[in-house]
Design a binder for this molecule. Sequence first.
Ligand code: KIV
Ligand code: ZN
Length: 498
Amino acid sequence: MSDKLFIFDTTLRDGEQVPGCQLNTVEKIQVAKALEVLGVDVIEAGFPVSSPGDFKSVVEISKAVTWPVICALTRAVEKDIDVATEALAYAKRGRIHTGIGTSEYHIRYKFNSTQDEIVERAIAAVKYAKKKVEDVEFYCEDAGRTDNAYLARVVEAVIKAGATVVNIPDTTGYCLPDEYGAKIRYLFEHVDGIHNAIISTHCHNDLGMATANTIQGVLSGARQVEVTVNGIGERAGNTSLEEVAMILQSHKEIGISTNINSRKIYGISRMVSSLMNMPVQPNKAIVGRNAFAHSSGIHQDGVLKNRESYEIIDPKEVGIDESAILLTARSGRAALKHRLSVLGVELDQEKLDKVYEEFLKLADRKKDINDDDVLMLAGKDRTAMHRIKLNYLQVTSGVGLQPVASVCLDIAGEKFEAAASGNGPVDAAIKAVKSIIHRTMTIQEFLIQAINRGSDDVGKVHMQVEYDGNHYYGFAANTDIVAASVEAFIDAINKFVK
Ligand code: KIV
Ligand code: ZN
C-alpha cells in the first residue's frame, strides 16, 4: 500500500506575494475552488494580519471551499494569531501556520536575539495558537541554513507544545538535494516525538533545485509538501505542484500517492497564469507550451508510431489534448498529414504531395510552421472565417517623425477606415483599429518573437486582450511586425465580436 503525501498549496500566499501577481478576492476564490477540484489537501489562503485584502480573502475562501484545510499564515506574534483566528472563523477545518526564523542570519541580524530566546518564542506561539485551533503548523524559517542540532531542538520543542505539522523551509533555495534530504533524516533520527507531527517541505527555487529538494525531503520521510501552481513564488519561485504530482505518479516504485487529479493540472496552470499575468516559460516541465512538443523529424516519426518513444507522460494525463507535432523543414509527410488531420483537413496522396512541396519551400524560410500556415497551404485559411479582417495598413514612422497609421478593416464585407498617431508605429496602428471597433478592451500581454536571426525574419506575435472581464488570445505571424501586431489584435477581437 502506498503512503499518502499531503499537498499544501501556497499559490494564494507565497505565490501571490510576487509583485504584479496580486489577485482580487473574486479571483482568489476562483483559484481556490479550482485547487479544491484539483484535489489539494491544504490551501494556504493568505497572511490575514498583512492587509485587509488578505484578511477578506481568507474569510471568503473559508466560506467557498469545503474539503481542503484552510490555512492562514502568521508570525510568532499573538496579534497575528488573533487576526488569523478571526479570519478562519468560517473554515470547516482551519489551520494556523505560525513560525519564526531559526538560522543565525535570522536570529542574530533580523531579531537581534539568541537561540534560547527563539525557542521560547516558538513554544509560546504554538501554545497560544493551540488555544485557538487544534491544527497548528510551525515553520522554522530559513531551516535550510539552520544548524541541524539547533533545528532538531526547535522542532522537538514545538511538537511538545502541540504543533501538528512542522515545516522545514529552504527559504533561500540554498540547499543541495542530498543536504536537504539529510536534514530531514537528521530530524527523524534526533527529535523525540517526531512521529507525533507531520514533517513538511517548503523549498524555494533560487538555484533551480526546489523540486529535487522536495522529492529528496519526501524520500527522507516528509509527508507534506508546500507547492505552488506553475512554481510561482518569491524570487525564483517555489516547488511546482505539477512537477511533484507527476514525479510521484510516474515513479510508482516510490510508493507515495497524492489526491491530485492530474487531468486538472493544465487547466489550473492556464488559469493561474492568466489571472496573475505570469506567462509560463515554454520549456516548463509538465505545463510549458513545448512540454509535449516534438520538432525533429526523427522524434516526430517515433511519437507518431508510438507516443512512448519520446514521451514519459501521456499529455491527456495532465489535461492536454495531445502532443504537439511541430512542423519544421525536417518534418516528413507523415507529420504534415497528421497536423492537417488534427485541423480537420484530410487530403488524398496527390494533393498531400503538392502541399508538402509548398510546405518545404515555406519551411526553408520560416523555422517552424504554425497551424495557420498549414491551413493556408492546404487552401483553408483560418482567418477566412473571421468577421473582421485587415484590409490594408499603412504606417509612417522614423526618427524625428510622429508615428501615424492608417488602417482599413473589412467588417462582415463592409469597409471602415481610420487613422491615428501614437508613441510608436504599433501604438498608432492599434489606436486606429480601436477607433473603428469602439469597445473598451485592453492589451494585457504582448509578445513579439523573432523566429530566426536575419532582418528578413518573420515576427510571431502573441497577444492577450481583456474585454468585459474575459481574456482572449490572438496570434499572427508576418515579416512586418507592425502588421503582425495588428493582425494578432484583430485575431483576439474576432474571438468576442460575433
Ligand atoms: O519561505 C519561507 O520560509 C516561507 C515561510 C513563511 C513558510 O514562506
Ligand atoms: Zn516561502
